[in-house]
Write a protein that binds this ligand. Structure first.
Ligand code: URA
Length: 344
């Protein structure tokens, strides 16, 4: 194989590894690409590639999900750019682990339409873009404002394709007075059915992480960028990532949730949450562990729990745990020696 072909292959493999680290379980490819992949690689190949179409927008549209699974076989030698919105696979069950807190864990804009007289309207009309300068509402007003926002989200029909397929709008859950807020990507099938974020396999793992930090689901706040489950037309299983348009449409709900709850620290779970919240498109492997700021609130990007479900060893879990140790330190919560040592 020529050097150029090998380096193209290396580039594609590196790109796919990044997508995988960002939580992607699938890439969508078109029939032409699959046909090209099935063809033998020409022995005399000197430059790039068999006649494989790039993973462009056209190729992404219609694919049989099973055939589109990322496989160790060499992908087309033209690195896809920008990364396709790969569907998320249903997460396998969390590895068995017991976790009495704080025991080892993972093992076991269009603004929201204001109603001028409400507390929610007061906070969403905050004029400064860089920080929330609206006052933090007293608990009773905050509760009322969140309830009003929830009612609006539940009645939202801005994305007709999602309205058509959703079972429930998944608004968010937790303590309106929480100091710590987790932001995920979008509801999966379990969340869509139950109306609560992070209740599937990835959610169980997130709950363990939260407990290992000394919190509980009731003492933090959990929400997603997208409140409706992304539809998967023609696909009977799996999930897909939200599109930029969907995220932009739904984002005002999350922003108002953050503005109302006003946590002291935010955790962005995975690439979509980091992009949706902060607009950062760098790989999550580079962003994780590095503090960002959203309107004056420190944000810790980390891997999505569903990514960890597919990592049997402790290396990636330790990375997430180190990110959470940073979060705990920022919140000035006590950290025991045992907590410090998880996954070492
Ligand atoms: N993944 C997410 O990002 N959010 C959920 O609510 C569930 C799974």
């Amino acid at each position: 194989m020529s050097d150029s072909y090998t380096s193209l292959l290396d580039a594609v493999i590196a790109h796919l590894e990044e997508l995988k680290a960002d939580g992607s379980k699938f890439v969508s490819v078109g029939p032409e690409v699959l046909a090209a992949l099935a063809a033998p690689v020409p022995r005399t190949l000197t430059t790039a590639a068999p006649a494989a179409a790039p993973l462009n927008a056209t190729a992404r549209t219609a694919v049989a999900p099973a055939a589109a699974r990322v496989a160790p076989t060499p992908p087309p030698p033209s690195p896809p750019s920008p990364p396709p919105p790969a569907p998320r696979a249903p997460a396998p069950p969390a590895p068995p682990v017991s976790a009495p807190a704080p025991k080892p864990i993972f093992s076991t804009p269009a603004p929201v339409p204001p109603s001028a007289t409400t507390a929610a309207a007061k906070v969403t009309s905050s004029p400064r873009g860089d920080v929330f300068n609206s006052p933090v509402l007293p608990p009773a007003e905050k509760l009322q404002a969140l309830a009003e926002l929830r009612a609006r989200a539940l009645a939202c029909e801005k994305c007709p394709h999602l309205v058509a397929t959703r079972q429930q709008v998944v608004f968010g859950v937790g303590d309106p007075e929480a100091t710590l807020m987790f932001v995920g990507e979008a509801p999966g099938a379990d969340e869509d059915r139950l109306g609560e974020p992070f209740v599937g396999a990835a959610g169980e793992l997130l709950t363990k992480i939260i407990k290992a930090m000394g919190f509980s689901r009731e003492t933090v706040y959990i929400a997603n960028i997208l409140k409706c489950r992304p539809d998967t037309p023609g696909q009977s299983f799996g999930n897909r990532r939200p599109t930029p348009e969907e995220m932009a449409t739904c984002r005002p709900y999350l922003l108002t949730q953050i503005e109302l709850v006003r946590p002291r620290v935010l955790v962005a779970l995975g690439a979509s949450a980091t992009t949706g919240l902060l607009g950062l498109t760098e790989s999550i492997t580079r962003l994780r562990g590095n503090w960002q700021t959203f309107r004056g609130i420190p944000v810790m990007p980390t891997y999505h729990p569903s990514y960890l479900l597919h990592k049997p060893d402790n290396r990636e879990k330790r990375k997430v745990w180190e990110d959470m140790l940073q979060v705990m330190a920022k919140l000035a919560v006590p950290i025991s020696e045992k907590q410090r040592g998880h996954f070492l």
